[in-house]
Design a protein around this ligand. Structure first.
Ligand SMILES: C[S@@+](CC[C@H](N)C(=O)[O-])C[C@H]1O[C@@H](n2cnc3c(N)ncnc32)[C@H](O)[C@@H]1O
Length: 307
């Protein structure tokens, strides 16, 4: 069986059966069952004593620890600067306490900004290569792209990269830009949910929690060139990137964003329509808190093998 077949099997098993091991009471966090099920199966199937699992974005440890639990003889490293979703500064302590409660001795935390950590990653790898790389940290376009670019020297010959939150169009754009400029990497699987689970209700929310959370892109280093080339859906609109430049160059970008939060909170959108005609780029049920994944939701796609 080739590496690509092994990865495909792990994803297919998670598509039909979810996770291997249910999350325990001590594990809460931001992830869906099919997603951490895939991480767990990959950890069991493809890691060796020369390779390790690496994650950017640990939060309180759900994905890192639930994956480390299924392969106690392998090495699991998590990078987080604990600067987000942590108003009381408790998350690092929570991960450490959970690690102890679960009796795990195969994990390591790197408490750093992802870019600083990845630029000198060899210091943390103890001579191993990265076989599974899970990206779940900052979601701005540049960080997503840099998470992919900076890992390249450290990947094993057979490596798989999972990008969480691929519901977001700008995350898919970073993935596409990486795939297009690094042709030995291929998208092997993609699946999206209608919006971020925090913006979903009822059955749609349950399905996202049982499934792929906020959308997934899975990329393999396809050394044997086995897969057809496919790309995640994006939008070729200069306007989006020009807008990003305008925001970066603005004197008060935080105040602009704060004003946007107030508009969202108090649903003042009609006022905006008075100022400017609504844009056709921003459409759909979730257009004011959007990932732009609704039209692609629930259509999981595998890349085909080349004939
Ligand atoms: C969505 S959470 C990760 C969820 C986690 N994988 C789980 O299982 O629950 C994102 C994490 O990325 C971290 N993060 C955001 N920006 C970062 C950066 N520049 N460097 C390192 N970590 C970062 C945040 O501190 C946060 O804990």
């Amino acid at each position: 069986m080739t590496f690509v077949d092994q990865v495909t099997q792990c994803i297919q098993a998670s598509e039909s059966d979810g996770s291997i091991m249910e999350r325990t009471e001590v594990l809460s966090g931001y992830s869906g069952k099919k997603l951490y099920g895939t991480l767990q199966r990959l950890a069991k199937e493809i890691l060796t004593e020369d390779t390790c699992y690496l994650e950017v974005g640990v939060y309180q440890g759900l994905t890192l620890l639930s994956t480390a639990m299924v392969a106690p003889e392998r090495t699991f490293i998590g990078i987080d600067n604990f600067a987000f979703f942590d108003p009381e500064g408790k998350n690092k302590g929570i991960v450490e306490a959970r690690t102890q409660t679960l009796g795990l001795t195969n994990t390591k935390l790197v408490n750093m900004d992802y870019e600083d950590a990845l630029e000198q990653l060899d210091k943390h790898l103890d001579g191993k290569k990265v076989g599974i790389y899970f990206i779940d940290g900052p979601h701005d376009y540049r960080s997503q792209l840099m998470c992919l670019q900076l890992i390249q020297p450290y990947l094993s010959d057979d490596a798989v990269i999972l990008v969480d939150d691929s519901n977001y169009r700008h995350v898919r754009q970073a993935n596409r830009d990486f795939l297009f400029t690094n042709p030995s990497f291929k998208l092997i699987f993609e699946s999206y949910t209608p919006a971020h689970p925090m913006n979903l209700r009822g059955e749609e929310k349950t399905a996202a929690l049982e499934g792929w959370w906020d959308g997934i892109n899975i990329i393999v280093k396809d050394s044997k060139d086995e897969l057809e080339r496919i790309y995640p859906p994006t939008l070729r609109s200069r306007k989006l990137y020009e807008n990003e430049h305008l925001l970066q160059a603005a004197q008060y970008p935080e105040q602009i964003l704060l004003a946007w939060e107030v508009i969202k909170k108090f649903r003042l959108f009609p006022i905006l329509n008075l100022i400017r005609k609504p844009s056709k780029i921003f459409t759909g049920r979730f257009k004011n808190a959007n990932t732009y994944s609704e039209e692609f939701a629930n259509q999981p796609r595998f890349a085909q093998k080349r004939s």
